[in-house]
Design a protein around this ligand. Structure first.
Ligand SMILES: Cc1cc2nc3c(=O)[nH]c(=O)nc-3n(C[C@H](O)[C@H](O)[C@H](O)COP(=O)(O)OP(=O)(O)OC[C@H]3O[C@@H](n4cnc5c(N)ncnc54)[C@H](O)[C@@H]3O)c2cc1C
Length: 455
């Protein structure tokens, strides 16, 4: 198995990064400061949301903050994702009930909806130009059995009074195809969701923070974090451009965390993924929903319509998931998942009613690395055994409806020293020693259930 790796120097170019903005390769100062209050490692959505909330919560006397990004701003998963903010009001949460209890599952469903509302409110308040569209998402199922399972999960959450699930609406087999517009749909469930241009959001948040004094250093990988703090409780981080000492360190490196912190090896797993941008040469029906086409337990695609009528689709697991090395523990975003282009090229014609003569085709395709948490839950909060060090990572391909408010809670831990339990972040996100030593690998379990021969 390959050792944990830093981000590859070269990467495939996603649609979202075709028009880089002024902070793309930015360095606030020529050299690194020797000493700061807070270092954030990684310059993705986590870092952007965190600096926003730390500045907001620390009033007139903000701490000195340094952000060290290995490549360009938002060049990790954030700049390569599907742009889909999809709070899940029933599906993932229902799978957590058995292990974590109903309360914890409800908490997660509600948190994701609250996140969507918080992002919407913030984008509106700050008038951020990031193509935010608030709409509904449509989860489509292709067998009666799968749809019945989803419907039962939703009914249970609705009956229990989970606020987030009250606005979800189930459509049965009779109208599933016409309501969803998806061929072969046997049922669908719709609920509030949004899509946006993630790079533009993150760039805007960084622009504001840099104006307020945050020091951003792109193209500066952290090569090592000291194994323990010095006698003053400060951490030393080494880069090729010199060392920095910080009172607090936030590790926001998602898929790449194990390259800096050995305890995250096999805990946050680099998971290679692919998305694409589809345009049409003819006319096509207007899509206004976002989608998840859920084929099997492990195979689903997600889709958002862009305001210009083009489409972003991601997934294509059916063409490469069987080959574990192609995705598991694979942090190579410099090459394409070749089979995916063919899969996506006639995707709209295959799945969407009325798109047969649209001439829809892949305009751009790229690879990105997700950070899959071994137990499929994000890791947020103080890192056990590392006083003054925090983690925000392991979003398991679903960070967009979770990060903004997680960062708000994280900021209160850092600025005011409040405990994780007081932050409002779902309890199941809390990093603990138990999780770090938990042997159960749910990411591999799913793969093995699909592809390992049964003995
Ligand atoms: C193809 C793809 C599609 C996705 N689609 C969706 C979607 O539609 N909806 C959704 O909710 N989620 C989606 N995700 C997941 C989502 O993008 C992530 O959850 C989210 O962007 C995580 O943000 P982050 O800041 O934690 O990580 P990242 O954006 O990956 O940021 C981490 C940063 O850390 C930097 N870094 C790493 N190591 C170091 C180091 N040693 N020194 C300095 N810097 C370092 C990296 O270069 C990177 O920029 C998708 C992900 C991928 C890859």
């Amino acid at each position: 198995m390959a050792p944990p790796s830093l981000p590859h120097e070269k990467s495939t170019q996603p649609f979202w990064l075709t028009a880089p903005e002024n902070l793309h390769d930015y360095r606030s100062t020529e050299s690194l400061p020797n000493k700061v209050d807070i270092v954030i490692v990684g310059g993705g959505y986590c870092a952007a949301a965190l600096i926003t909330h730390v500045l907001e919560q620390s009033g007139q006397n903000p701490p000195s903050i340094l952000v060290l990004e290995a490549r360009q701003l938002a060049s990790g998963a954030t700049g390569r994702n599907g742009g889909h903010i999809k709070p899940d009001p029933y599906w993932h949460a229902s799978h957590l009930v058995e292990q974590h209890g109903f309360e914890a599952a409800m908490e997660l469903a509600q948190f994701e909806t609250d996140n969507l509302n918080a992002v919407k409110a913030y984008v509106e308040k700050e008038r951020i130009d990031c193509d935010l569209i608030v709409t509904r998402s449509c989860d489509v199922h292709f067998s009666h059995q799968r749809h019945d399972k989803a419907k039962a999960a939703l009914s249970k959450f609705q009956a229990a009074g989970v606020r987030a699930s009250q606005d979800a609406f189930e459509v049965g087999p009779k109208y599933a195809e016409t309501v969803s517009g998806v061929k072969g749909a046997k049922g669908c469930i719709t609920f509030p969701a949004a899509h946006l241009w993630p790079y533009k959001l993150v760039h805007h948040l960084f622009q504001r923070a840099v104006r307020l004094g945050v020091n951003l250093q792109s193209n500066t990988p952290v090569l090592k974090i000291a194994d323990s703090p010095d006698s003053a409780g400060r951490w030393t981080l080494a880069t090729a451009r010199g060392k920095v000492s910080a009172a607090k360190v936030v590790v926001a490196t998602n898929a790449y965390t194990a390259a800096l912190l050995p305890e995250y090896k096999d805990q946050i797993i680099p998971y290679r993924a692919t998305s694409c941008h589809i345009t049409t040469s003819g006319t096509a029906p207007l899509l206004t929903n976002t989608y998840a086409l859920r084929f099997t337990d492990w195979d689903h695609d997600y889709l958002i319509p862009r305001p210009d009528g083009s489409i972003i689709v991601g997934g294509a697991r059916s063409v490469y998931y069987h080959d574990k090395d192609a995705w598991y523990n694979n942090s190579d975003d410099s090459t394409l998942v070749e089979e995916a282009r063919k899969y996506f090229d006639d995707y709209m014609q295959r799945h969407f009613i009325g798109w047969e003569d649209s001439g829809a085709h892949v305009e751009k395709i790229w690879t990105g690395i997700m950070g899959y948490s071994r137990d499929r839950l994000p890791r947020v909060g103080p890192i056990p055994g590392r006083q003054g060090m925090f983690i925000m990572a392991g979003w398991t391909g679903h960070g967009m409806p979770q990060i903004f408010l997680s960062a708000k809670g994280m900021a209160s831990m850092i600025v005011d020293g409040i405990s994780f339990r007081e932050t409002g972040i779902p309890r199941i996100f809390e990093e603990t020693q138990d999780r770090l030593t938990d042997a159960r690998n749910k990411v591999l379990e799913t793969w093995e259930a699909a592809f390992q021969p049964k003995l």
